[in-house]
Design a protein around this ligand. Sequence first.
Ligand code: ADP
Ligand code: ZN
Ligand code: ZN
Length: 752
Amino acid sequence: MMSIDSLFRVALPLPLPRGFDYLPPADHSPSAADVGKRVRVPFGAREMIGVVVAIAARGDGMPELRQVLAVLDETQLLHGELLESLRWLSRYTHAPLGEVLGTALPTLLRQGEPLPDTHAWAWRLTADGIQGWPRLRKGTRPRRLAEWLLASPIDASSHHQRDEDALDLHLDDWRSAARALDKRGLVERVAIPASTVAPDPQPGPPLNPQQRTAVEAILGTQGFAPLLLDGVTGSGKTEVYLHAIADCLRRGKQALVLVPEIGLTPQTLARFRQRLGVPVLALHSGLSDNERARGWAAFARGEARVAVGTRSAVFTPLPQAGLIIVDEEHDASYKQQDGMRYHARDFALVRGKALDVPVLLGSATPSLESLHNANSGRYAHLRLNQRAGDAKPPSVRVQDVRKRSLEAGLSADTLAAISTALDADGQVLVFKNRRGYASVLLCHDCGWSAQCKRCDSPMTVHGAGRRLQCHHCGARQAVPPACPDCGGLALQPQGIGTERIEEMLTEKFTGVPVLRIDRSTTQRRDALAGHLQKLGDHPGILVGTQILAKGHDLPHLTLVVVVGVDEGLFSSDFRAGEKLAQQLIQVAGRAGRAQKPGQVWLQTHHPDHPLLNTLINGGYHAFAASELEQRRAAGFPPFAHLALLRAEAKQVDAANAFLHAAKSAFTNSIRDAARLESGTSRSGQQSALEIQGPLPAPMSRRAGMHRTQLLLSSPSRRALHALLDTALPAIHDLPEARKVRWSLDVDPLDLY
Ligand code: ADP
Ligand code: ZN
Ligand code: ZN
């Protein structure tokens, strides 16, 4: 029994690395069972919601403490493995626990709302709707939804209604139609028991021998086991996932599947739902706060069994965990790039270990980190090196475009190949990883180019050459009528973007649809599916950025054209080669996924570049082996561990002053540690730490802020974290810290 003098130690969502102590409410005697409950507390003049993270004893001479206003949960909201893993994440990212908990909890729960009901939901027509639906315009989404609802089964109270899972399966973009009809009082959303929504599971194709070996390896694991499913595009990795999940469900356990931001398509979800025969929860940024909180609650209560979600789904409670899968584990969207900078794949592994369940990482182009772990035996390495079913790998053709005349970046040979593919009723994908019309606006008379006033970056040309836009701060303006420097009229868009390619192809190939798919045209998740549906199985051309590189099965695609990979060949970023190789393999993998054979045309000015040579002649693994050797030689991850301290300020001097002071704090810690260790056998560990900087960030100004950085690296993860642990408290307290925005990024993906 705790004494009456116990206190609540509360984590608040603040960038301060400590807990805050509060007196319990008058009628409440704190106990260990309060840890993980949310509380409402006074903070300054405001009130905040926090989470009790410890019960502390009240010491003598402690300052006057304020009292908790209310304990919001009857039972612990966070407990067991999830709470412990989040504590680990806070230590590892060096982010305050309050911020970590704030990131991990769905918005409504963070705001103190009660854990919501976890019914399933269905929609039905209201009395007004039954009367009024014939007046909806034919062929529109709202009309189709109304017709669908009318044709749906009748429930006990003789209403036609349809559950949301079924709507997801059969009607694109029904949610906006439902919202529109709801506003007019024609439909309503009703709660139904969750158990009624399971569709009948459908069988998949029989597994080929490699798939069977992989499935057996997964089912044969005991407790925690990291496995890398390394399978070429179209090799049937998803089939392997489905078998592993089905086994997990048979054992009465929950499965969590993480997919990249772009990979969570209605197509993917439909496939999981059809095959598994249980409701599959989708967790992504397109959900309402309510839907997110409900999904979280359904898992916390053990009601939901399977979730497919993007990055933040890694925080889903798994009281009956059986399996965690990370699809396309190399994808950069798993790393959160602001706030609490966690990596969902890495955290999935930590949770899998704590939960004692297997973690399956899948990719056609595994990250060098994961390949290194597989090579060194830390991960089981499962290979699928053939396409499943009858599909053949695409043939790749490197096209030297030096001295060729190009039309919007495409050579005459490429255009002829497109024409041939279309004549054979095929579909063509033209990949260019730059959206907009052109990358710069240049004055041909004096060399002036349009730069963003607030960023260290050129403005991109959009709107068929009429508009300038900064991709970093969002600034927009019209293209000036004349050069602001010399007054000349020779302003020319330079550097091809997807808009310009689309324009050219639309003029050239008038008989077929030309669809552009990039972040400018595809703001909403369902929009892409809509575009692709328009195309159906007819010949046509898709022009797009990497949004097209994954997730979608495009069975009629026979030709992939890659325009201009050359920017990526000469980047200074140590991960640029890896990213480029992954992108090329993933895009090429879109071609020839079904019966029709596929071709890939790769246009380049550097046909002899070693990266392209290795990749094309030896494949991804040959590339990865040579790249890993270079990383080892240069002391880069996975052979070294990095942490990046970033600072931003209006004045560059303020940013540098902070980083200089931080550097002193780091070097002091290193010296102190060395002094402590001198004479013992462990000395020397600290000397393996390197500090570079302060240096300007590769993009040295963004949205008006100057950006500088300090890079810490060490072959020893332990030494790096020990240094961060000892030095960060002092860095938080630096007077220079108050004049800048600063952040720490452990295991940064990009060094900017
Ligand atoms: P990946 O996830 O590796 O890209 P998928 O699991 O999506 O591959 O499979 C690619 C295609 O091959 C899908 O259309 C799938 O239905 C089909 N497929 C997968 N495994 C088999 C199999 N054993 N036999 C026949 N077709 C298969
Ligand atoms: Zn000029
Ligand atoms: Zn800008």
